[in-house]
Design a protein around this ligand. Structure first.
Ligand SMILES: Cc1cc2nc3c(=O)[nH]c(=O)nc-3n(C[C@H](O)[C@H](O)[C@H](O)COP(=O)(O)O)c2cc1C
Ligand code: SF4
Length: 419
């Protein structure tokens, strides 16, 4: 039986998410008190010692990010919590926010203290508007109690506030630079880099962006000086991870697991196996932008960064999408490509035109009308999108298709040659 753990989810069900008093009764804000007894550098060092990888998808070293943010020599800085969570099949951040909103706010304050920021913004995706009142209420209570404002908890010079910002419903706004563009009131399109947002982000201020889950790890890591966190996982994938399992499984849901649990145990124990015992056709890891695998290639590997990468997939957003044999591979691919066709911001040609052409070519394949030249063109477009797109959306939009061409060549067999 696969085990789940309660490290960042330890408060779930233990307090009333609408009440700061009840959060404090279970020890809420003791991590902030501990943080304020440390230097900002010590906090970043603690995260670096745990080798925490950012949970937003790119896996950037969190301790390093906070150190770099600290080192930027500017009087005003900004922290942003990225709660855009637009990757299909991904809902682990929502689960964390619904069940433990005060932990996230506490973590954002610790982040602000560590990097030397004065303002923190919670960028909440439009589709999570039901969470707005919860967070508005939570921020208001936290401010009233003096955990936000001037000289927080008597720490002279540490003045910080948290603000709620709602996105407008575009997947690309989860990308850090598109996110800050949209917060500045412009259309949410990624910026050319450099400059990087850590130097010049929101309103030209140095900006430190972290995912919800990344931040939610911080209070628990600090409280016992990282001991429990380091006891979970494997040598190269330390700690715990929130995953979301969706698709044709009996019990879709978000689970906190120690790294190293077998993929089979995640799907068959935690998520209850496949509905009506249908055979699995494919599994996609990390959301719609993630790679896909045949079940026999991944079911018996441990869920770790290194094992998933070796198997040709990746952790990404932490989503695991199980597709059984009732769905055709091509139907799945077209649905994925339509998502990216719709969500491409259109700013750069490889992504805008690539997604359009890919969708048209897939429709041709589905109609059995494609030629060998069409397949060559698909491969060429995949290569161009991967290498020449301006942001991660265009770079990864064809991941599933690219894998499928290798894994399911029968789906692309040419029936008509010529024209
Ligand atoms: C198209 C696109 C969408 C993204 N969406 C999200 C998102 O919804 N949430 C998120 O945390 N990161 C998202 N990211 C990654 C962010 O750009 C950034 O790397 C992340 O928020 C940094 O936080 P972390 O270091 O804690 O992972 C997205 C990236 C791209 C290219
Ligand atoms: S890759 Fe796509 S989403 Fe990213 S900037 Fe280019 S067009 Fe926009």
């Amino acid at each position: 039986m696969a085990n789940t753990v309660s490290f960042m989810t330890r408060n779930f069900g233990k307090y009333n998410p609408s009440s700061l008093d009840s959060y404090e009764q279970i020890g809420g804000f003791s991590a902030l008190r501990k943080a304020l007894s440390m230097t900002g550098e010590q906090i970043a060092d603690c995260l670096a010692a745990c080798a925490v990888k950012g949970r937003g998808g790119a896996g950037y070293d969190m301790g390093k990010k906070w150190r770099q943010a600290r080192e930027v020599n500017q009087p005003r800085k900004v922290v942003i919590c990225n709660a855009d969570e637009g990757e299909p099949a991904t809902f682990k951040d929502r689960t964390l926010m619904e069940n433990d909103p005060f932990r996230l706010i506490e973590a954002m304050i610790i982040a602000g203290y560590s990097v030397g920021a004065q303002d923190g913004y919670l960028y909440l995706r439009e589709e999570y508007s039901h969470l707005r009142p919860l967070f508005q209420n939570a921020i208001w209570q936290v401010r009233e109690k003096g955990y936000l404002g001037e000289n927080i908890l008597g720490k002279t010079g540490f003045s910080y506030d948290v603000h709620l910002y709602s996105g407008a419903g575009a997947y690309v706004c989860g990308e850090g630079t598109a996110l800050v563009e949209s917060m500045e009131g412009k259309s949410g399109r990624p910026r050319m880099k450099p400059p990087f947002i850590k130097q010049c982000g929101l309103f030209h201020l140095p900006t430190c962006v972290n995912n919800v889950e990344s931040l939610c790890l911080v209070p628990s890591i600090l409280l016992d000086d990282k001991k429990e966190y380091l006891s979970y996982g494997t040598q190269n994938s330390v700690g715990t991870k929130m995953i979301s399992v969706a698709g044709n499984v009996r019990n879709p849901g978000a689970f906190e697991i120690p790294f190293g649990v077998k993929v089979r145990d995640i799907i068959f124990d935690l998520a209850g196996g496949v509905k009506n015992n249908h055979e699995i056709q494919l599994i996609q890891f990390g959301g719609a932008s993630g790679k896909i695998a045949r079940p026999e290639d991944v079911l018996d590997i441990p869920y770790t960064y290194e094992d998933l990468t070796a198997a040709g997939v990746g952790v990404g957003s932490g989503a695991i999408l199980v597709i059984d044999k009732r769905t055709s591979v091509l139907d799945f691919l077209l649905a994925t490509q339509e998502f990216f066709f719709h969500e491409s911001c259109g700013q750069c040609t490889p992504c805008r035109e690539g997604n359009t052409q890919m969708k048209l070519l897939l429709e041709k394949v589905m109609a059995g009308m494609h030629t060998g030249e069409d397949l060559q063109n698909m491969k060429k477009i995949i290569m161009i999108m991967k290498n020449a797109s301006l942001c991660g959306l265009g770079e990864t939009a064809q991941n599933a298709l690219s894998c499928a061409m290798d894994l399911f060549p029968e789906c692309f067999a040419v029936k008509t040659e010529g024209n």
